[in-house]
Design a protein. Structure first.
Length: 145
């Protein structure tokens, strides 16, 4: 697998993730939005004026770059470990790791607390759903790109 395939698949999967997160958030099924969490964090870090447009622009950028990086990292594994990166059994543990990292590292750094508790009681479940979407989207995209 080429590194560019991993990056492209990561961006595609990240876009799927954003769509599901936003639909869930706007319908009231999810209490948090990936774009708002990422964008608010970026705006606070850059000490910029906080408005919805800026938050969405920065949130989309941060999320898609992060997804590209995760795709790139995954595409490096077959270079060191002999496995077929397109097999779901290989991808599932990686996506599980990303979900756990989101709950215990990324959300707390973004100011949402461990498991995203400040966003809502079931943020961990919302994150599980959208990470599953990322995993399926990434797997699908690896077969297309």
């Amino acid at each position: 697998m080429w590194l560019a395939e991993g990056v492209a698949a990561g961006v595609i999967a990240g876009a799927f993730m954003v769509v599901v997160s936003e639909i869930g958030y706007r319908l009231g099924v999810f209490k948090s939005s990936l774009i708002i969490i990422d964008g608010s964090f970026a705006v606070r870090r850059l000490k910029m004026l906080d408005n919805q447009t800026v938050v969405y622009v920065f949130g989309t950028f941060v999320h898609l770059v992060t997804s590209a990086i995760f795709g790139l990292v995954y595409s490096l594994f077959p270079r060191f470990i002999d496995f077929d990166a397109r097999e779901i059994y290989a991808l599932a543990p990686y996506v599980f790791f990303l979900w756990v990292a989101m709950l215990f590292v990324a959300l707390p750094i973004a100011g949402q607390g461990i498991l995203g508790g400040k966003s809502g009681r079931f943020t961990w479940l919302e994150q599980l759903v959208i990470h599953a979407v990322f995993g399926v989207g990434f797997w699908w995209a690896l077969g297309v790109v």
